[in-house]
Design a protein around this ligand. Sequence first.
Ligand SMILES: Nc1ncnc2c1ncn2[C@@H]1O[C@H](COP(=O)(O)OP(=O)(O)OP(=O)(O)O)[C@@H](O)[C@H]1O
Ligand SMILES: O=P(O)(O)OC[C@H]1O[C@H](OP(=O)(O)OP(=O)(O)O)[C@H](O)[C@@H]1O
Length: 220
Amino acid sequence: MPKIEPMILAVPKGRILKELLPLMKSAGVEPEESFFDDKCRQLKFATNVDYLEIIRVRSFDVPTFVAFGAAHLGVGGSDVIMEFDYPEIYSPVDLDIGHCRMSVAAPATLLESEDPSQWSHIRVATKYPKITQKHFAARGVQAECIKLNGAMELAPNLGLCRRIVDLVSSGDTLKANGLTEIEKISEVSSRFIVNRAAMKTRPVEVNKWIRSFQEAVNAK
Ligand SMILES: Nc1ncnc2c1ncn2[C@@H]1O[C@H](COP(=O)(O)OP(=O)(O)OP(=O)(O)O)[C@@H](O)[C@H]1O
Ligand SMILES: O=P(O)(O)OC[C@H]1O[C@H](OP(=O)(O)OP(=O)(O)O)[C@H](O)[C@@H]1O
């Protein structure tokens, strides 16, 4: 029998992975042993499915691998998918994991002196400049973004800028840094994503995995 071309699933290596592994198992994908070995420097892994391979990449890179067709399938946070907003990506399944929200936050004292509805030009520290600009532009506010890759909560206290846009889950990080949530931009969860071209060139396999992941979510 002719061998089927390998198909690649990109998964994020951070906090989503813990919640994702049981879901993958229920959908019928189990990575080879070395995937679980912390010392292993391998980045691409075989699975129990003959033609399916897994790559483990940074969560911010999953949409890029999928959009450019380097991976056919992927799992990513809706925050990251929204930030890149690649037209080549279709995200058919909400995996109901990786829940948090994206919010605007500022020092608790800011609201004593300012009314957010009066803002016209603001400076914001964030890992999500596109979402931030779009969010504020929709109500006529020009947001000048300072791109950070983490520890955004430090920015207001160190005078970098007074507002941040970041992910919030328990709210502990905001609280510990004297910040308060001003406004929610969106709910966040992880999604199963596919490359649109792969849906056309390999519809049988792609649709099979969309169905399997949806069924795994339904069975939770
Ligand atoms: N409390 C939370 N804080 C941050 N991200 C969360 C939280 N809860 C769920 N998530 C999801 O997890 C993703 C972040 O995962 P992870 O922590 O691996 O990324 P990271 O810190 O951005 O990693 P890196 O920059 O090292 O690649 C987010 O994009 C979001 O979808
Ligand atoms: O509301 P909480 O439950 O406190 O969670 C929110 C925090 O978690 C994330 O940071 P992460 O731990 O991923 O570190 P990072 O700064 O490297 O992104 C996020 O950027 C917040 O800082």
